[in-house]
Design a protein around this ligand. Structure first.
Ligand code: APR
Length: 317
């Protein structure tokens, strides 16, 4: 829903009461702060927007503010259920309320003042996306970066899969990688199975644009006193070692074990960034590690772990 999505904007209005009914009752926002002239609503990632009393010229036909989403289809469907109507345009051409804008997909709704509110999903949304063709960019850039979206869309040499010991595919990121790579991936991986937790195996990328997939098996969380942190650390180290072995420039990791295997996200993130940073300090390959965050929530957790690490030399921050 929009209430979790990052946004920045102020909407001037002559009719605060009418507008607030829409933002609070229909869209579900809660008031963060209220002054005699302005109401502030909290949105995703610590962002906020405001409606503010003014002479109230309607804002008109251009987008007044836009929410960034990672799943525009789900957001549009959920808002329609709440009675929200989406605009249809010829240019850009909308299909059932959603337009393909090249860099991403977008939808628009109007609030009762006529403000045009956008929802935007970047295709390879990310804070930083490595580009195989432009090695100089990330040779000089940060060595750790976060990219929001599916790992299979990233432009990197190698992706790491959060697999199970059979290496035959599964749900979560494992399912997404096997679907995108095609059946050849499971056939090749079968010859390398079983892979015990903490170890890793490398295969080709098959139909993926990556050269290689590294399959590692994370620990199943069972409270934290069964060596989970050491096994998880070993997943990162073993994977980086295999990536170095194929001279990979850029490697992307999912948040291993934090899905089906139930490892608490913040604890897993601190293990991940600690191991990756230690590796990068001691090795030239890979040059860049991308932390693939499937959701904005994961990105926030990873970002926090990176700032706790306190290494602007690695993150470029
Ligand atoms: N791209 C990046 N990250 C993804 C993607 C994707 N396409 N799909 C899911 N994720 C994220 C999840 O949101 C979670 O944060 O990857 C993280 C790891 O979740 P899982 O895929 O569930 O992996 P894990 O917890 O390690 O469990 C492994 O799940 O799929 C099975 O065969 C796999 O049995 C193994 C188990």
């Amino acid at each position: 829903m929009l209430t979790d999505r990052p946004v920045y904007a102020t909407l001037p209005t002559a009719d605060v009461a009418r507008l607030r009914r829409f933002y609070e009752d229909v869209l579900g926002f809660t008031v963060q702060q209220e002054t005699p002239t302005t109401i502030y609503y909290g949105a995703g990632e610590g962002t906020f927007f405001a409606i503010s009393r003014s002479s109230g010229k309607a804002a008109g036909a251009h987008t007044q503010m836009a929410f960034r989403t990672t799943n525009i289809d789900a957001d549009v469907a959920a808002l329609r259920e709440r009675g929200v109507v989406f605009e249809e345009y010829e240019l850009p051409k909308t299909v059932d309320g959603i337009a393909d804008m090249g860099a991403g997909r977008a939808a628009w709704l109007k609030d009762p003042d006529g403000n045009l509110i956008g929802i935007f999903q970047f295709k390879a949304a990310g804070l930083h996306v490595a580009d195989r063709e432009r090695r100089d960019v990330f040779a000089a850039g940060p060595r750790i970066a976060i990219a929001i979206g599916s790992i299979v869309d990233l432009d990197v040499d190698v992706i790491v899969n959060a697999a199970n010991s059979s290496l035959q595919g599964g749900g979560g990121v494992d399912g997404a990688i096997h679907r995108a790579a095609g059946p050849g991936l499971a056939a090749e991986a079968a010859r390398l199975a079983p892979c015990p937790p903490g170890e890793a195996r490398i295969t080709g990328g098959h139909r993926l644009k990556m050269h290689h997939v590294i399959h590692t098996v994370g620990p199943m969380w069972s409270g934290g006193d069964r060596g989970e942190a050491e096994i998880l650390a070993s997943c990162y180290r073993s994977s980086l070692e295999l990536a170095e072995g194929v001279d990979a420039t850029s490697v992307a990791f999912p948040a291993i074990s934090t899905g089906i295997y139930g490892y608490p996200a913040a604890r897993a993130a601190s293990v991940a960034v600690r191991e990756i940073a230690a590796w990068l300090d001691a090795h030239e390959r890979p040059e860049t590690v991308i932390l693939s965050a499937f959701s904005a929530d994961t990105a926030i957790v990873l970002r926090r772990a990176l700032s706790d690490l306190g290494r602007p030399d690695l993150t470029g921050e």
